[in-house]
Design a protein around this ligand. Sequence first.
Ligand code: NAD
Length: 351
Amino acid sequence: MKKLTVNVDKGYDILIEKGITAHCGEYISKISKAKKVCIISDTNVFPLYGESVKVSLKASGFDVYEYIFTAGESSKKPAEIIKMVEFMAENEFTRSDIAVALGGGVVGDMAGFAAAIYLRGIDFVQIPTSLLAQVDSSVGGKTAVDLPQGKNLCGAFHQPALVVIDPDVLSTLPPHYFSDGMGEVIKYGCIKSASLFDAVQNRDAHEYIEDVIYECVDIKRGVVERDEKEAGERALLNFGHTAGHAIEKLHNFTGISHGEAVGIGMVMISKAGESAGITEPGTADKIASVLKKYNLKTEDENSLSDIISAMAFDKKSTDSGINFIVLSKIGSSFIKPVATAGIKKLFGVEA
Ligand code: NAD
């Protein structure tokens, strides 16, 4: 088993092992004195892995409850969170009881948010089942739901008590979502690790996915330890996200996935960085080539000026402008604050 520890205020372990889902109860019982466990999962994942998780939790002495909601981003709403916390209240969950998120990033973000607010905070465990959730969203404690005004606008920082990653469950993940997760893997390579970037470019990530997951999670662990609440370095994880979110918004969050949009955003900002002389020439082409390898998009049909306009209301924007994440070269990134008046110029569009 591979193990990492996230040394934040309330530190926690990340366990990575093939087949660990079926033994999760054993590990959860080591970190929790809960009597009751609420498995929170979606309609795709629960039928595949819910039973083995339940069996393992029961074998470890927990009373097991399950809250299953319709799979997909469209469920990621405040109303669904209220139903979750009401479900726990109806079943008399106490502050020492625990929630287990079994699913992709949507399940993890929602179960984490419900755990953050139920009784002003109970523990929760992440069992991420999509590649995106395994390499990124299950670690770091960002939890949220979407509002009509934008994605992830209502949430809380709430670190999990344990993260249990089973690379075997990726065998049932639709290929489209594998590609999506690779968008985040490529992002980690871009911002922090040229060797990870080169490895996924030169080899098929499927062949050594456990190592890929470990390396990404290790990068995220370090960033979160140094900057738990995103006051500085953690913003690097948003590379490609400002343009990516704008693109998702222009598509009304349908027809384009998060990973695809972020991929396009990474190419866009790198091209802009090259033109501005702050990014090594050829970087955008290198990123585009690895994105294509994993069936991700590299450009969007919306015009550059429409994408820039849609960036205006972004969580990362400030009154004076936007903090863009820019690469100096593959594996090395920095934060570049750009005043509102300078944004069009950065992307080569005249104001
Ligand atoms: P998702 O949770 O919707 O999962 C994608 C699809 O795959 C769903 O249909 C799901 O049911 C299915 N699925 C998941 N695991 C499966 C498996 N093993 N076998 C078969 N089907 C499986 O979406 P996602 O791509 O995992 O995550 C996207 C979400 O994560 C977004 O809401 C995004 O905002 C959020 N996110 C959060 C963070 C964070 O730090 N909290 C970071 C990045 C993204």
